[in-house]
Design a protein around this ligand. Structure first.
Ligand code: PLP
Length: 394
C-alpha cells in the first residue's frame, strides 16, 4: 500500500542536509568522541525547579484532558509576557497553547494558506520550514538573504517574489544565521506584507537570545497585529526542548479558528507540562538571562578566536545559539568542509547548504558544548580552513 503523496512530498525528496549529522551520530555510537556542534539544544537539562513543578502538578491532578486552547493560567501569563515585551495589547484569547514552536509553525501555515497557496520564507532557513509549508498543503518559495548583508532580508526581493503569495514566514533572531532583523528590515517587510495583502508569520522562538540590538516583534508595527501570527516556545528560552510547549499569538478570530485545528490534531498539551511552564515563566527575566548566558559568552569567545585570522569570516552573530561561518576562502562547499572537519578532527558542524542555497560555502556552529571543548573545536576548524585556503593558493 502507498501512503499519501501529502506525506511522501513533505521532505521534497532530499536528505535535508542531515547526512553529515547522521554520520557524526554513527561515529559517536561506534565509540569515537565527536564534538557535536550541530543541533540547537542546550548542554544543560531542564532546571530541577521546573521538573519539581511538573511533578507537583501531576500529583495535584493535572493528568487529564485539558482545555484545548490551553490552561487559562498559562494563556494569561503568555499574553502578559507578550504585551510587556512588545507593547501590543494581548489577551488570553490572542494566545493558543501548542506542543512546541514546530506545532505553532504548522498551525500558523494551516491558518494562513489555502491548499496550493504560495508561502514565502527566507533562505537560509530553519531546516523544517519548506517541509512544514508542504505539510500544510502550501507551496514553499524561498527568498534569498545575502551573506554580505549579514543575512538581513531585502524587502525588494520579497516584493519581487510576492505575487500571489498568501504568507511570508520570517525568523528573528535567526536560525541558522544569528541575524537579528533591524527595525528598518522589519518595517520594510511589514510594508510589503500590507501592500501585497500577505499574512506575516513571525517565528520568535529565540526572542530571549539577543546579543546586539534589540528584539522587535513585527506584530508591534503599525497595522501589523491584524495580519501577524507570532510563534513562540519554551524550548530555547527556558531549556524545555523535550517538554514540547509553545504558542501561537494572533488576532482573536484566527486563534479561535486555530483551536479547531488543535481539537482535531493534538487535542491540547498535558496539564502538568503547562503548569510547569507557568512556574518557569514566573521565574522571570533573570532566569531567562541565566539560560541564555552561556551562548553569549561562547559567541564572544568564538568571535575573539575568529578575529585572530583572516580566512574564516563570521556573520555578525547578533542572537540565537549559533554562529554562521563563511568558509568560501577555502574554495570548499560547507558540506565538503564539514565532512573534512568530521574526518580529521571529529568535530561536527552543520553545512550551510542544509539551510538553503544562500548559505552555500558556510557552516553553522551550534554553541552547545562547554566553553573549553568549544575553544578546541574552533581552533581545529580554523586550522583546517587555513590549510585548505593555503592549498588553494599554492
Ligand atoms: N523555529 C526555529 C527557528 C527553531 O530553530 C526551532 C528549533 O530548533 C523551532 C522553531 C522549533 O522549536 P520547538 O518546536 O522546540 O519549540
Amino acid at each position: 500500500m502507498q501512503v499519501s503523496r501529502r506525506l511522501t512530498n513533505i521532505t521534497g525528496g532530499g536528505s535535508g542536509g542531515w547526512d553529515l549529522f547522521n554520520r557524526a551520530r554513527e561515529m559517536k555510537l561506534s565509540g569515537i568522541p565527536v564534538t557535536e556542534l550541530t543541533i540547537g539544544e542546550h548542554d544543560t537539562p531542564t532546571d530541577p525547579s521546573i521538573l519539581d513543578a511538573m511533578h507537583r502538578a501531576a500529583l495535584d491532578g493535572h493528568t487529564g484532558y485539558t482545555t484545548i486552547g490551553g490552561l487559562a493560567e498559562l494563556r494569561q501569563r503568555i499574553a502578559q509576557r507578550v504585551q510587556q515585551r512588545t507593547g501590543v495589547p494581548t489577551a488570553p484569547a490572542n494566545v493558543l497553547i501548542v506542543p512546541g514552536g514546530q506545532a505553532g509553525l504548522f498551525g500558523a501555515l494551516m491558518a494562513t494558506c489555502e491548499p496550493g497557496d504560495t508561502a514565502l520564507f527566507i533562505d537560509p532557513y530553519y531546516a523544517t520550514y519548506p517541509g512544514t509549508i508542504r505539510a500544510a498543503g502550501a507551496v514553499p518559495k524561498p527568498v534569498k538573504a545575502r551573506s554580505r548583508a549579514g543575512f538581513q532580508p531585502d524587502a525588494a526581493d520579497i516584493d519581487a517574489a510576492a505575487e500571489g503569495a498568501a504568507a511570508l514566514l520570517i525568523n528573528s533572531p535567526n536560525n541558522p544565521t544569528g541575524a537579528v532583523y533591524s527595525q528598518q528590515t522589519l518595517t520594510d517587510i511589514a510594508e510589503v506584507c500590507m501592500r501585497r495583502d500577505m499574512w506575516l508569520i513571525s517565528d520568535e522562538v529565540y526572542d530571549t537570545q539577543v546579543w546586539t540590538g534589540a528584539h522587535l516583534s513585527p506584530r508591534a508595527l503599525p497595522g501589523m497585529a491584524a495580519r501577524t501570527l507570532v510563534v513562540g516556545s519554551m524550548s530555547k528560552s527556558h531549556a524545555m526542548t523535550g517538554s514540547r510547549i509553545g504558542w501561537m499569538i494572533g488576532p482573536e478570530d484566527a486563534i479561535a479558528q486555530a483551536v479547531n485545528l488543535t481539537t482535531h490534531t493534538t487535542y491540547g498539551v498535558s496539564g502538568f507540562t503547562q503548569m510547569a511552564a507557568c512556574h518557569a515563566l514566573d521565574r522571570g527575566v533573570p532566569f531567562e538571562t541565566q539560560i541564555a548566558a552561556p551562548f553569549l559568552r561562547r559567541r564572544d569567545a568564538v568571535l575573539a578566536q575568529i578575529a585572530q585570522q583572516n580566512v574564516v569570516r563570521a556573520i555578525p552573530a547578533q542572537g540565537a545559539m549559533y554562529i554562521m561561518l563563511d568558509l568560501r576562502a577555502t574554495g570548499l562547499s560547507g558540506e565538503a568542509f564539514g565532512n573534512l572537519l568530521l574526518d580529521t578532527h571529529h568535530v561536527a558542524v552543520m553545512p550551510g547548504e542544509s539551510f538553503g542555497n544562500a548559505a552555500a560555502g558556510h557552516v553553522r556552529v551550534a554553541l552547545t558544548v562547554d566553553d573549553a571543548r568549544l575553544k578546541v573545536a574552533i581552533a581545529q576548524l580554523l586550522d583546517l580552513a587555513a590549510s585548505e585556503a593555503a592549498k588553494r593558493a599554492s
